[in-house]
Design a protein around this ligand. Sequence first.
Ligand SMILES: Nc1ncnc2c1ncn2[C@@H]1O[C@H](COP(=O)(O)OP(=O)(O)OP(=O)(O)O)[C@@H](O)[C@H]1O
Length: 308
Amino acid sequence: MKNPIVKVEHLSHRYAVQWAIEDINFEIEAGGIVGLLGSNGAGKSTTMNIICGVLNQTRGEVYIDGVNLREHPVEAKKNIGFLPQKPPIYPDLTVEEYLRFCADLRFVEDIPSAVNKAMSRCGITHFKDRLIRNLSGGYQQRVGIAQAIVHDPKFVILDEPTNGLDPNQIMEVRNLIREIALDRTVLLSTHILSEVQATCRDIMMIECGHVVFSGSVDDFDNYIKPNTLFVCFERPPLEDELLTIEGIFKVQKINERNYRLWFSGGRDVAKDIVKCSVNKGWELEEIHFEKSSLDAVFAKLSNKEIRE
Ligand SMILES: Nc1ncnc2c1ncn2[C@@H]1O[C@H](COP(=O)(O)OP(=O)(O)OP(=O)(O)O)[C@@H](O)[C@H]1O
């Protein structure tokens, strides 16, 4: 990767005796949203806390936009925004007071302009004089996101930002995340796989302190190669006739016209089914490979079995 916004090299950390993460290596390309997945205790928070400079790693290096976080923490942190799982908001301050305080902590020069920009970006300008305690959960989360971008960082980490919100608030916060990712890179930690599918460009998955997957959402989606086909015929054949097609080794009759076929070998089996159907007049209406769910991929990468 030419100029990654984040580069992590041989990152390891142990709190006591056991390693919480061990020899983690990855690069994040600038722009868009990257989903961070992993089971409870996998090492996500440890990794995020180190990347944000909140926790000092036992070994390894982190570079933010090419700046070594351990050697130049102040410079590197100018380009990091962080929304932890529990937003660090002060309920007794108004939205504007709180954001001014955060901008000051971040050494922002023109505080009023930076605060106005962050409030406008997060759609909270109309609540600027309201005490944070009197905002709904969704708006409090917007304030949390505003504090993460008030110093205009190139890289923002959001730790389960939609946790505890109602479905409408989830949609609103998701749209906001998409908007703020238009001109910066976002690392989004979440347990909700549909959220990753709906918002992320790439996925990174950590299990037992190691990176077990890193790639596009499509690659994650296709991680388990399909081995079943769904077919629907207008004039269905007998099950035994389907078994004569090369590669098909099991047939399940779903109802009068629909079947699930288990196959081995390549995807050419679909062509053979189409040919056979034309030759024998079965009048094929629908055929598609059945994909595994994201849950099944997640379970496989976590070395757990689930029944679909
Ligand atoms: N402060 C700590 N002291 C000792 N062990 C810790 C500490 N924080 C985390 N751990 C351990 O380190 C490992 C990784 O934990 P971490 O919190 O990074 O996982 P996680 O993926 O963020 O989990 P979750 O999704 O539950 O937040 C776990 O085994 C955890 O018990």
